[in-house]
Design a protein around this ligand. Structure first.
Ligand code: GLN
Length: 537
């Protein structure tokens, strides 16, 4: 008999209601009461993982320590809980089918006709229970992507129905997140869409235990009673989720609404201690009461969509709170930056971050940005492609290697300062084949990064194919670009900096994936501090 409790979070009425934040907030409250909790996201799309998706489609691709390319909601889970996730925390329809088809090819189904029910649903059920069976968690929260009624989420909903029946009401419950829209002309909140979406869920054999209602206005007592009656839930199980000024307020809002207590009582779990949110609230206080503000430019090519750089934006929030600084992130499209307009675009900034990215579009604007930051002593942080741009800029403008480039952008370049490693050259498949996940790096003690991190042996997460080319290392170092972080096994340069500049760091890895509320990333903390120092000049 399983002792792990399962909570399923489904969505109705509309997408983008914030299931991930509700799941993370509930998990935070349960964790703050002493329970070990993890969150999993099931994505109904057919891509095997979001690694091959354009950021415009699904926002940022989040990378875990074990090298899984995952949905950005996993970033929220880690930032809220401060517990690493893994491949098991994100499953897509593509992965489910891939695994079932591989089993079929191995003959594991013994000649049976392979069908959505039971084979696909069994695979889903197994994936849900892997985390529970690991024995590491008291509670597993599984968020089902999409909206009930979607064709592609049907097998997931069926798997939830079966699991709920098999595990029993004490061990599994369903939270349904819906929208209660406000009709301005009528001056009223409307419950009908919620009634319909609960009904849709019911048609699939699932009765929601708890309703979380996204709303722009408070739910009256009458409205809660009406929702309870028509949707078949207890009145205390109607939870209001009012628009919040920051996602980090949501755990407290859910606490006020009693979401954690109703969950615990339905799952027959003890409510012994009240949640300890002391550290969380200290962070919120600092976040909401900044003493200074800085303007940091985010130079990227997907800036139209906020979600593309989600982890970077959140890292700034964590680092801002640590410094008691409000970080105004000024997003600037790298495609529209050139020699002529660069001063106008960057002159009122206190620091610039050149973002990660793929492909040629917008890279000259990034190189120009690096030049501007280097020459004007503006604090600079280059992440992944941003670091590669820093190496290219230095090679071109300081070493005088005019056509220096990454072979990703120009395979014919005479100076491939960013190159493809030998083991990447034969790879043609795009999915899951980059250098991914956590890699060790040793920092030079006498360097800026050496003084920023508390240890000189670090592990950071990667997601890239191209690398710093060691053939140019001697020249770059002699000309003043220091290699201050090295992977000892591969001898790859992971960090560069310019000691003659007040704050210039390029990192081949993605520090933003590891910044959490409890552990703001030291590099972001130091970068925001450098921006603050610059602003005071
Ligand atoms: N396109 C670059 C590479 O593949 C950088 C990737 C990134 O910024 N994540 O190496």
């Amino acid at each position: 008999m399983s002792t792990t409790k399962y909570i399923f979070v489904t969505g109705g009425v509309s997408s983008s209601l914030g299931k991930g934040i509700i799941a993370a907030s509930l998990a935070k409250l349960l964790q703050a009461r002493g329970y070990k909790v993890t969150i999993q996201k099931l994505d109904p799309y057919i891509n095997v993982d979001p690694g091959t998706l354009n950021p415009y489609e699904h926002g940022e691709c989040y990378v875990t320590d074990d090298g899984a390319e995952t949905d950005l909601d996993l970033g929220h889970y880690e930032r809220f809980l401060n517990v690493p996730t893994s491949q098991a925390n994100n499953v897509t329809t593509g992965r489910i089918y891939q695994s079932v088809i591989e089993k079929e090819r191995r003959g594991e189904f013994l000649g049976k006709t392979v069908q959505v029910i039971p084979h696909i649903t069994n695979e889903i059920k197994e994936r849900v229970q892997i985390l529970g069976k690991s024995g590491e968690f008291d509670i597993v929260i599984t968020e089902i992507g999409g909206t009930v009624g979607d064709i592609e989420s049907l097998p997931y909903i069926e798997a939830v129905r079966q699991l709920k029946w098999e595990l029993g009401d004490d061990n599994a419950l369903v939270i349904h997140l819906t929208l209660v829209p406000y009709l301005k002309a009528a001056g009223e909140l409307k419950t009908k869409p919620t009634q319909h979406s609960v009904k849709t869920l019911m048609e699939s054999g699932i009765r929601a235990d708890i309703l979380v209602c996204r709303t722009e206005h408070h739910l009256s007592d009458d409205l809660r009673r009406k929702l309870a009656l028509f949707c078949n839930v207890q009145k205390e199980a109607v939870i209001e989720s009012i628009d919040a000024s920051t996602i980090y307020d949501v755990p407290n809002l859910m606490l006020e609404e009693g979401l954690d207590t109703i969950v615990l009582s339905k799952l027959s779990l003890s409510k012994v201690s009240s949640p300890n949110l002391e550290r969380w609230n200290q962070f919120l206080t600092r976040h909401k009461n900044p003493k200074h503000s800085v303007n940091i430019g985010l130079i990227g090519k997907y800036v139209e969509l906020q979600d593309s750089y989600k982890s970077i934006l959140e890292s700034f929030i964590h680092a801002g709170a640590t410094n008691e600084v409000k970080v105004n992130v000024i997003s600037i499209h790298s495609e529209f930056i050139n020699k002529e307009n660069i001063t106008e675009k960057l002159s009122n900034l206190d620091a610039v971050l050149v973002a990660p990215g793929f492909g040629e579009r917008g890279i000259e604007g990034k190189v120009e940005t690096v030049r501007y930051a280097r020459e004007n002593k503006l604090p600079f942080l280059g992440i992944c492609l941003g670091m590669q741009m820093a190496v290219i800029e230095y090679s071109r403008n300081v070493l005088g290697l005019e056509k220096a480039n990454s072979i990703e952008m120009n395979p014919e370049t005479p100076f491939p300062v960013i190159d493809l490693m030998e083991d990447q050259k034969s790879i043609t498949n795009k999915g899951g084949t980059m250098r991914l996940g956590a890699w060790k790096c040793e920092l030079v003690k006498d360097s800026l990064v050496g003084s920023i991190y508390s240890s000189s042996n670090i592990e950071e997460r990667h997601r890239h194919r191209y690398e710093y080319n060691n053939s140019f290392r001697k020249q770059l170092e002699e000309a003043g670009m220091k290699s201050s972080g090295i992977n000892q096994e591969t001898n790859l340069v992971e960090v560069v900096e310019i000691p003659s500049h007040p704050w210039f760091v390029g990192v081949q890895y993605h520090p933003e994936y590891k910044s959490t509320v409890a552990n703001p990333h030291p590099l972001f903390v130091a970068f925001v501090k450098a921006a603050l120092d610059h602003s005071k000049k």
